[in-house]
Design a protein around this ligand. Structure first.
Ligand code: K7E
Ligand code: CUA
Ligand code: CA
Length: 640
């Protein structure tokens, strides 16, 4: 495989990256022919080629001091990481790459009780029957193209959902299941004037409605693009599209959103999905969609009230399908708002679309491809692109295991025929990178300090931990002219994406407000039962339904014991009255599988059936006091 490495070197040293080496082209085509298996195979092959420590990694040792955050010091950026099939969001400090918190979303969380507490079940709604999810993209609400610290939004590729996380308490407060779609993959927010919409891409094509009709007739399979109101989390409208939808993004004017499509063929087999030489970027005119919906000019899919506009075909007011090379993947808006850059995946190119030409495109004044102002050749397997705010783009090359830094305006000049080189640097990463993101790069404030590249394979980079390796979230210093790899960050399955923002853009609270809507249900129960959550600890029985109200003040619950009958449906409502920052309690019942967090000034509740008689101790799970071990009591279950 040393031959591969030589190729990498040669490519890196070729100013214009003029025709990609023929052998590599065949290699890429071969992997395309073989499909997913071929892609994985290619990954393995390229990975082996990179097994030896790269000069970049060795050089990095000298730069490690840059990222060292001393004990007691704080990081200069928040990072919000998705976690793929782990279903949660992770909060990291950058540049230390220390994990600060995990926010359970689509997963079941043993520590916090997410998926078990009544508060989380209310958020999960009907989808509580799923105990898992696949969270690919996490993005923050924006105002005027900048992060505003209100919410994070995330998609569930597995169970077709979109979630919202409140950034004040760093907990998920809304989850909606998207109808008519089958799997949500791409997710981005409207950047301006504000979020606004959360855009959600339906990835897989299915019959609409998907109720058993047309099982064997893929001609009847479709996909939809969904606009969700980020404030109410109502599904406002959907656009029925040709092909499928992979990743999406929004422009900075607020009028347009765009999505890549790798399945223009609307195929159902791997081979089908690679039949065309070109798929497309579909651009959505949000204003045209809104007008049609306001005028009642929409249809409904049977059994669903969401307005659907028909965005199929070449001449509709809502969409335009710009042809781009084979099976594109990521699409990223430049921070200056000028371009949308689609990543080629099975083509070694990125396609630069001029957003200022989109109004003319929708007015039919120009042709589809007239919007394309550059198509630079970058290397093999371009997946995602990010920016430094200084005119440079950084693209992951999955197959080459590299990040390529290139200059956008130079690529445009080159496309126009000028002899100018646009590649600035290629840096080996370890290995097979998917997403990458630079600090603030998804906003108008991209500041070009740090770049995180989420590498899918780690191979030899860490102590071995069995057949399932960690991934490798690598930190790259991009503040200078040269990219410098400065940190390897092992990560458990499977961060796809991350964003980074300044600490002043997030304003988390340390102590819950007693008026928080999070436990509205418990507040209502307390009212019904004449109980004051802030002062009372008592048992209220209503037939075989028992509500147990407990206060918690370190190191004691308001009751040392409570008594129920076998077969009762028991709801325990715990209120943490401590007003001290960081003084969390928990509530767990031994051999009942009950466990939940109760943070300062929070009320948490859980409902279960007391199906076994006996003495069951309950205890506090967060170490809250010197007498934390003693913070316990007994649930006495009388035999039926
Ligand atoms: Cu490229 Cu799901 Cu954003 Cu993974 S997606 S890499
Ligand atoms: Cu309360 Cu430990
Ligand atoms: Ca295709």
């Amino acid at each position: 495989m040393s031959g591969n490495q030589r190729d990498d070197q040669d490519l890196a040293n070729t100013p214009l990256l003029a025709p990609v080496d023929e052998g590599r082209r065949r290699f890429l085509a071969g992997s395309a022919m073989l499909g997913a298996a071929g892609m994985a195979g290619a990954a393995g092959v390229a990975g082996v080629g990179a097994l030896t420590r790269s000069p970049a990694a060795q050089a990095a040792a000298g730069d490690a001091a840059n990222i060292h955050v001393n004990p007691g010091e704080l990081d200069s950026y928040y990072g919000f990481w998705s976690s793929g099939q782990s279903g949660e969001v992770r909060v990291l400090g950058v540049p230390s790459m220390r994990e600060l918190a995990r926010i359970p979303v689509f997963n079941r969380c043993s520590a916090t009780g997410w998926g078990q507490t009544n508060e989380s079940l209310a958020v999960l709604g009907d989808s509580a029957r799923f105990q898992n999810g696949d969270l690919h993209h996490v993005h923050m609400s924006c105002t005027d193209g900048k992060y505003d610290g209100r919410y994070l939004y995330a998609n569930d590729k597995l169970n077709t959902r979109v979630a919202r996380i409140r950034l004040d308490i760093m907990r998920c407060d809304k989850i909606v299941t998207v109808p008519n779609a089958h799997s949500i993959h791409g997710l981005r927010v409207q950047k301006a004037p504000k979020t606004g919409y959360v855009f959600a891409n339906g990835e897989m094509i299915v019959p609409m409605p998907n109720d058993g009709r047309h099982l064997d007739d893929p001609d009847q399979y479709w996909s939809v693009f969904t606009g969700i109101d980020g404030e109410s989390m109502e599904i406002k409208w959907q656009v029925w599209v040709d092909g499928n939808l992979d990743n999406c993004n929004a422009d900075y004017s607020g009028r347009f959103a765009a999505a890549t499509c790798y399945n223009a063929e609307r195929g159902v087999t791997l081979q089908d999905k690679m039949r065309f030489e070109r798929d497309w970027v579909v651009v959505f005119d949000i204003h045209a969609i809104e007008r049609a919906v306001a005028n009642g000019d929409f249809l409904n899919i049977e059994g669903c009230e969401v307005p659907v506009v028909d965005g199929r075909g070449d001449n509709n007011p809502f969409t335009r399908y710009i042809p781009v090379p084979k099976n594109p993947h990521g699409i990223n808006a430049t921070p200056d708002g000028k371009y949308l850059i689609a990543n080629g995946k099975l083509s070694p190119t990125c396609t630069v679309i001029d957003t200022h030409r989109l109004p003319d495109l929708f007015d039919n004044k120009i042709e589809l491809r007239d919007t394309v102002v550059a198509e630079p050749e970058l290397g093999l397997g371009p997946l995602h692109t990010t920016y430094d705010g200084r005119g440079n783009a950084y693209t992951t090359l999955f197959i080459d295991s590299q990040v390529v830094k290139w200059n956008i305006e130079d690529a445009i000049r080159h496309y126009a025929g000028e002899e100018v080189s646009y590649i600035r640097q290629k840096l080996d990463v370890h290995y097979q990178p998917g997403h990458l993101n630079a600090t603030l790069a998804e906003t108008a404030e991209a500041d070009g300090q740090w770049l995180v590249v989420l590498s899918k394979f780690s191979k030899d980079r860490f102590l071995p931990v069995g057949p399932l390796h960690p991934e490798n979230d690598q930190l790259i210093d991009i503040s200078g002219d040269e990219m410098k790899l400065v940190h390897d960050g092992p990560a458990f399955a499977e961060p796809h994406d991350c964003i980074m923002c300044r600490p002043d853009q997030v304003r988390p609270t340390a102590i819950f407000n007693r008026d928080d809507p999070f436990w509205a249900q418990a507040r209502q129960w307390a009212e019904e039962d004449g109980v004051n959550l802030e002062t009372d600890s008592k048992v209220v029985r209503n037939g075989n339904k028992v509500r147990v109200y407990l206060t918690a003040v370190a190191p004691q619950y308001g009751l040392n014991e409570f008594r129920v009958k076998q077969g009762d449906e028991v709801t325990v409502i715990v209120t943490n009255l401590d007003r001290i920052e960081d003084l969390s309690h928990g509530f767990a019942i031994i051999n009942y599988g009950v466990s939940m967090e109760v943070n300062p000034q929070q009320t948490s509740s859980v409902t279960f059936t007391a199906d076994r008689a006996g003495v069951y101790w309950f205890f506090c799970t967060w170490f809250c006091h010197a007498l934390h071990m003693e913070m316990a009591g007994r649930m006495l279950v009388e035999p039926a």
